[in-house]
Design a protein. Structure first.
Length: 300
């Protein structure tokens, strides 16, 4: 793997760190398995792309993409809490509907953004190499998003949301409106994922209807890899771990695809993902067994 491939993997890892943050909110903080992200990622990409090619300001297009993602997450939460439908089924219903909605919004399966004005256009015009400026830009964007999420989770509303995910009965007993917390949490989660989709479309120069395939797996892989190798105990450490896990995951995929002796190709991406996630899930158990073995050997 050369330097260009390495920096591109870091750039994608930072970008998909936004997806990891969204997945962390739904799966870990709220304990709500949410598959809506497979639809909200291309939703964010499609909304921003169609608005940009229609002549709208790219910042306005990005803002609209975030709102669209939040609406998708709110819809999933509303179906679940209002009609008492299993959260997994509610998210599948929304995800399935979003495929047709995304096609309606985009008007076609693919929209090219090459030559269009995006939020990255002023940065790309700077007299610096794209090799470093784009990863640095993604680092700033993802870092700001991480700090905002941490600030929110440290607030009164954020603590109520964390209580909802930890023990819903206790949260109700403390007067927390758990339904509102789920609505808010899934809205923020899918808003982050849609932001990632919008940034991906603008940085890569296209939006495609198939962009959402496997996004939930990528997000889960990032969270699991981060937790497996860093074992975070505090919320800030957990947020940082999932972003770093996203970078590690992208680097691992890039190294696997570029290792000629393995004979892997692009179509093997899902296989590589499954292997990485499997290793990450096994690692904590192996670590615990090793510690238990060492502890037993140290006893007189």
């Amino acid at each position: 793997m050369n330097l260009i491939q390495f920096m591109f993997a870091v750039e994608l890892g930072l970008l998909f760190g936004l997806v990891a943050l969204g997945v962390l909110l739904s799966f870990r903080i709220l304990d709500f398995p949410d598959l809506t992200v497979d639809g909200s990622f291309p939703l964010g990409a499609g909304v921003s792309a169609i608005l940009i090619v229609s002549g709208f300001n790219p910042w306005f297009a990005t803002f609209c993409a975030i709102l669209a993602g939040m609406t998708a997450g709110f819809t999933t939460a509303w179906i679940s809490v209002r009609w008492n439908i299993l959260h997994l089924l509610a998210s599948i219903l929304t995800m399935t509907a979003l495929y047709s909605i995304n096609l309606r919004i985009m008007g076609r399966s693919n929209i090219g953004l090459l030559g269009e004005n995006t939020i990255f256009s002023p940065i790309e015009a700077l007299p610096h190499s794209d090799l470093y400026i784009m990863p640095a830009t993604m680092f700033v964007i993802t870092g700001l998003a991480l700090l905002l999420v941490y600030r929110f989770l440290s607030s009164e509303k954020g603590l109520a949301m964390r209580a909802t995910g930890s023990n819903i009965r206790m949260a109700k007993a403390q007067g927390v409106s758990v339904n509102r917390q789920i609505l808010l949490g899934l809205s923020i989660s899918n808003g982050l994922v849609a932001l990632a989709g919008s940034l991906y479309a603008q940085s890569q120069g296209f939006a495609d209807i198939t962009l959402g395939q496997g996004i939930i797996l990528f997000g889960l892989a990032s969270v699991i890899v981060g937790e497996a190798f860093f074992n975070p105990k505090r919320i800030l450490a957990a947020l940082i771990a999932c972003v770093v896990g996203s970078i590690f995951y992208r680097l691992a995929v890039a190294m696997a695809l570029n290792a000629s002796f393995l004979g892997l190709e692009t179509q093997d991406l899902q296989l590589i993902t499954a292997v990485i996630v499997g290793i990450a899930m096994i690692t904590p158990r192996l670590r615990a067994k090793i510690l238990d073995f060492k502890a037993s050997r140290s006893k007189p």
